[in-house]
Design a protein around this ligand. Sequence first.
Ligand code: CU
Length: 154
Amino acid sequence: MHRLTWILGIVALLVVAACGGSENSAPAAEPAVPAVESADLRVDMHDIYFGEQANNMDNPPVWTVTAGEDVSIELANLGNLEHNWAVVKLGEEVPVPYVGGEEQEALLYYVGDIVPAGSTEIHTFTAPAEIGEYLVICTVPGHYPAMQGRLEVQ
Ligand SMILES: [Cu+2]
């Protein structure tokens, strides 16, 4: 009788150990790499331009959205300076030369404010309700007009 109790105890311990082992191994079955977040728009920020080429004044990058929709935007600062992405109200002018700060009245909104050098941020904003082609600028002093693009609202 004593021996049977002892054997049952050992079996019980083994079962507990086996269950514990399977619980511990469960997290290892999950993906090691987290899923990549995807955004509706991607904006590459360089020193000192948006997009792929340093010719924003002649050929600004265009990002297209639907009026009034919620938009996620990835701001990838690939440069060594800080930048931002700010939408200017329709029909408003931004002074040139641009020293920063004087655009406040003309801005519809900033998205994400300042993006530090070498970092990527994902933000959401609501696209303007009014259809049109909006000027987008970086409001860091001296970056406009070299750093600009267009937000096409359809
Ligand atoms: Cu900038």
